[in-house]
Design a protein around this ligand. Structure first.
Ligand SMILES: Nc1ncnc2c1ncn2[C@@H]1O[C@H](COP(=O)(O)OP(=O)(O)OP(=O)(O)O)[C@@H](O)[C@H]1O
Ligand SMILES: [Mg+2]
Length: 373
């Protein structure tokens, strides 16, 4: 592979990169840091520039595991680009706390300062950004189709159902069960079709400043007297969060679907394993690092700093359907229509928002990232 040339005069594109990026000079010192690197690494460029990335002084604020130095050396000496997934960034804050992020790192040589290497950090999750958007537009096409079909099927189905009801009246008892089956199953199909039609109905969001805590509290209250009656719902809100730009009713619908899925997963676990301690966690926080790829409307990449997380300690998303949960009619549970998450992704896509899932047995987290009002 030939060496990719990254010009030294990166100019405005440097700060526009949709991922945190660093330039490390021949001595391993930080020679450049773009806008997104500051919040991601929780370091100001003023204090970081000129410091050794993996030097003793930096270790208090940032540890990269395994260390980057050998990769940087390889990128520099081989004059070649490298990609290394699964790195852990242990990032300290001034208060002595620290947070871990896993990320894939891309490294490539830079012409000057001589011997420098650019390090692009793709936090895990952002890698799925492209895929998520594609899934959502696929969902949108499928939903339009399903909506049309639903409309067409409902009329003949009403005829079938009426005929079966008539038949049932004149049949001997032994055969009536079969006619009842037709009636009952067509009723179920009509209910499903109506759900599909409601689904196709969602109008464009009316965006306005929204307090995400009002939204979460509405959902929490209605869940805790309804479907999540027997579960614990705990909240962890950042009270200083600024308002989001969203459609409040649609956001309620989104959060409600996510909380409902969490509740259903926990209740299923309680039936199977006899667990009674299922917990749903509603969290809000600010993360300035998340940005969509640059577009005409947002040349710097739309920033999505407001984060809502809905987490449960249930069994996790079944592996067999994990890749398809946002597609309509994919369900892992009996009697599920599989429309909940397709609707969630459609609404969030209309908002220009971003949804990220992280699921394993014992912890499933759905994160919504929204723009600031
Ligand atoms: N928090 C979660 N924990 C475990 N599995 C989940 C969770 N959220 C979603 N799933 C899985 O994803 C599937 C799809 O969810 P989705 O909300 O789209 O459909 P559904 O809940 O089955 O039906 P509907 O929401 O239309 O009533 C679920 O059936 C379930 O298997
Ligand atoms: Mg659902």
């Amino acid at each position: 592979m030939s060496a990719p040339f990254i010009p030294a005069e990166i100019g405005p594109n440097w700060s526009r990169l949709p991922l945190p990026a660093l330039i490390i000079d021949a001595e391993g010192r930080i020679a450049g840091m773009n806008d997104l690197a500051e919040p991601f690494l929780n370091l100001s460029s003023r204090s970081a520039l000129g410091q050794e990335l993996e030097g003793a002084q930096m270790q208090m604020r940032l540890r990269i595991v395994p260390p980057l130095a050998p990769l940087i050396a390889r990128a520099r000496d081989g004059h070649d680009a490298l990609t290394r997934p699964g790195l852990r960034f242990e990032i300290g804050d001034r208060a002595g706390g620290h947070s871990d992020h896993s990320a894939t790192v891309h490294l490539g040589p830079v012409a000057s300062p001589a011997g420098s290497v650019m390090v692009l950090i793709a936090p895990d999750g952002s890698a799925r950004l492209g895929q998520g958007v594609a899934v959502r537009s696929a969902a949108r096409a499928a939903i339009g189709m399903a909506d049309m079909l639903a409309h067409e099927i409902k009329n003949p189905l009403a005829g079938i159902r009426g005929a079966a009801q008539l038949l049932a009246m004149n049949l001997p008892d032994s055969d009536r069960d079969l006619a009842d089956l037709i009636v009952e199953e067509s009723r179920r199909i009509v209910a499903l079709l109506e759900q599909v039609e409601r689904f196709g109905d969602t109008s464009a969001p009316r965006l306005a400043p929204v307090n995400v805590h009002d939204v979460l509290e509405r959902v929490r209250q209605s869940a805790s007297v309804g479907f999540a009656r027997d579960l614990r719902i705990v909240t962890d809100y950042d009270p200083s969060l600024p308002p989001a730009l969203a459609d409040a009713d649609q956001l309620v619908q989104v959060c409600m679907n996510l909380v409902k899925n969490a509740a259903e997963a926990l209740l299923r676990a309680s039936q199977i394993e006899g667990r009674t301690d299922g917990t749903i966690r509603l969290r809000s926080f600010y993360d300035g690092t998340l940005r969509l790829s640059p577009s005409a409307a947002h040349p710097g990449g739309q920033s999505l700093p407001l984060q809502i997380e809905i987490e449960d300690d249930g069994p996790g998303i079944p592996e067999a359907i994990a890749d398809q949960i946002f597609e309509p009619f994919v369900s892992g549970r009996e009697n599920g229509t599989g429309l909940g998450l397709a609707l969630v992704s459609k609404i969030l896509s209309d908002h220009g928002a971003w949804l990220h899932v992280d699921s394993r047995p014992g912890r499933t987290t759905f994160r919504i990232s929204l723009p600031k009002a």
